[in-house]
Structures are given as C-alpha cells and as structure tokens.
Design a protein around this ligand. Structure first.
Ligand code: AP5
Length: 193
C-alpha cells in the first residue's frame, strides 16, 4: 500500500502518434518510475503468441480497442508488481470512460489517492504524417483512420472525465520532442523537488 502524495503517478493520454511512448521514456529516465504501456504489453503478448496475444492480434491490426475488462485486468496485475510502488506512468490507458472509472477502485485497493493526467494534443494531420512514416504493423492508412476515430469517439469521454475533475493538464504535443519534454517537466516540477 502506498499513499505518499509525493510519489509521481501519471496518466498520459493522447491520440495515436501524439508522442505518449516517446515522452514516457523520457519521464521514466527523469523521475525513475516505470513506464506502463498497454499497447506495448499487448504487442509483447502478440509476439509471444500467447492466448491473450492471439485474442487481441486482429483487434489491434484493425485499430479497434481491446475489451475494457481485459485491459483493466492487465493494469491491475501490472500495478501489483513492486516497481510501481515508487510511482508509474500509464501510457495509452485509460482510453474509454469505462477504463477511467474502472481505474478508480484499482488505485483505491493500492492506497493510491492522487494521479496527474497529461493530455498530449496534436492534430489529426500531424498524427497521419508521423505514423505513415513510422511503419509499425498497425500504421497503415486504414488502421490509423480507425485509431483516430476511436480516439475522438471513445477516448474523448475519458478526457472529459478527467477534465471535469480538474485533474487534466494539456501539453502542446506538436512541438519538437525536447520542447514537449521540457513542458512536461515544467508541469511536473523538477525531479526530487
Ligand atoms: P498504443 O500502443 O497505445 O498505440 P497508440 O495510442 O495508437 O499510440 P502510438 O504508440 O502509435 O503513439 P504514441 O502516442 O505512443 O507516439 P510515439 O511516441 O510512438 O495502442 C496500440 C493498440 O493497442 C490500440 O490501437 C488498441 O488496439 C490496443 N490498446 C492499447 N491500449 C489499449 C487500451 N487502454 N484499451 C483498449 N485497447 C488498447 O510517436 C509516434 C511517432 O512520432 C514516432 O515515430 C516518434 O518518433 C514520432 N514523434 C513523437 N513525438 C514527436 C514530436 N514531438 N515531433 C515529431 N515526431 C514525434
């Protein structure tokens, strides 16, 4: 159990290609907290050919969302690992209102009372430009379009949820990578402070 309000616990929300993974890696280095990406956990399961991986492979390939129940289970199990006691960065989760609401009791069971939410804002045009030149398996034009649509239709509800609670800080994700990182550190405060 951990209810230390000084502990850094973060949610990074943003559209596909907004730079969540890129910035989470930086934050991990600066603040020494684990980076928990639901997308990466799922890609690892697909690569292993596990039952879960086989279950979600097609869904991810189409740019649809994996079921909330599966995702909430993954997150609860991941947050039980000892490294998350010192804090964590959730990248790509919550992505629906159900996930945002489902996270609450999970955090409560772990004694966590405060989480910061950062929204990385970028335009749909910039998303397309970035992802078409990256080339991950789900970076095809059709799949990117689906991922953008899911973001506007489903993830927006999670954004509204945090916005209503005044827990959300907006970051301009269209700047250079270093400038985005600097804005995040400005919002979070220098490490150890
Ligand atoms: P996930 O892995 O979360 O993919 P995503 O949200 O589509 O995000 P990306 O990984 O594409 O982008 P990112 O924001 O991390 O940007 P990145 O730093 O890589 O999810 C994949 C799939 O898994 C989903 O479609 C879904 O099926 C499933 N899934 C995952 N979580 C789920 C959940 N909670 N519920 C249900 N289903 C779930 O950067 C992208 C590119 O841009 C890189 O090439 C990078 O170098 C570049 N870049 C980054 N920042 C900048 C910058 N500032 N300027 C220029 N280029 C930049």
């Amino acid at each position: 159990m951990d209810n230390d309000s000084e502990t850094m616990r973060l949610i990074l929300i943003g559209g596909p290609g907004a730079g969540k993974g890129t910035q989470a890696k930086r934050i991990k280095e600066v603040y020494g907290i684990p980076h928990i990406s639901t997308g990466q956990i799922l890609r690892d399961e697909v690569a292993k050919g596990s039952e879960l991986g086989n279950q979600v492979k097609g869904i991810m390939g189409r740019g649809e969302l994996v079921a909330d129940e599966i995702i909430l289970n993954l997150i609860e199990n991941r947050l039980k690992l000892p490294d998350s006691k010192k804090g964590f960065i959730l990248d790509g989760f919550p992505r629906t209102l159900e996930q945002a609401e489902g996270l609450e009791p999970i955090l409560k069971r772990r004694g966590v009372t405060s989480v910061k939410v950062l929204l990385l804002n970028i335009s749909d045009d910039e998303i397309l430009k970035r992802l078409m030149s990256r080339g991950r398996a789900d970076d095809t034009e059709e799949t990117i379009a689906n991922r953008i649509q899911k973001f506007h239709n489903e993830t927006q509800d999670a954004i509204d949820y945090y916005n209503e609670r005044a827990d959300l800080v907006r970051i301009n994700g269209e700047q250079e990578i270093d400038a985005v990182a600097a804005e995040i550190v400005q919002v979070l405060g220098a490490p150890g402070k």
